[in-house]
Ligand binder design. Structure first.
Ligand code: MG
Length: 173
């Protein structure tokens, strides 16, 4: 597919919305509104006892408090691993000495360009969190059994958290 036109319709601090028109060589055309996003890093921090660090915060888009893996958007010029290291300290205060990429995926490819990359963070040391002004974040360690119970009971409803947990459990634990 070749982009014929792309118009910016909306800009916010977090993303841009464009209206795009694309065509292939045979004349097949699509028009879509697309949320253009820099991408996110997601951190699955695990301690020696295989406990996982989750954060809880109010999510206005779904009007609820969600338990999630800590995560954040890539800053300009940052690669996913750099963003993961920065965001883990900002949101939780923890620093990790060992990092390993678990998986990357598109959370909503129908209309959002965002790619998420999940990293395993181990060998951790605690410190002071540095949340943004509009972030109120609660942190807690969870045992694997608790997390599975919460996913099953629909009390963890965040996709990156469900994907990250099962990828770690299946291939990296
Ligand atoms: Mg975040």
């Amino acid at each position: 597919m070749k982009i014929v036109s792309s118009r910016v319709r909306y800009c916010s601090k977090l993303f841009t919305v464009t209206e795009d028109h694309a065509k292939d060589a045979r004349g097949f055309e699509i028009k879509r509104s697309i949320v253009r996003h820099a991408g996110s890093a997601v951190m699955l921090a695990a301690d020696e006892r295989k406990q996982i660090l989750l954060v809880r915060q109010y999510r206005l888009a779904v009007d609820g408090n969600l338990w999630e893996l800590p995560a954040g958007r890539l800053d300009p010029g940052e690669n996913p691993l750099q963003a993961a290291k920065r965001e883990l300290v900002e949101e939780t205060g923890y620093r990790a000495r060992r990092w390993k990429k678990l998986i990357s995926f598109y959370p909503s490819p129908g209309y959002v360009s965002e790619k998420m990359t999940i990293f395993l963070a181990t060998d951790l040391t605690a410190g002071e969190a540095q949340p943004m002004d509009d972030e109120q974040i609660e942190c807690r360690w969870f045992r694997t059994k608790e997390i599975e119970g919460m996913i099953r009971a629909n009390r963890i409803r965040d996709s990156k958290t469900i994907i990250g947990y099962f990828v770690w459990r299946r291939w990296f634990m």
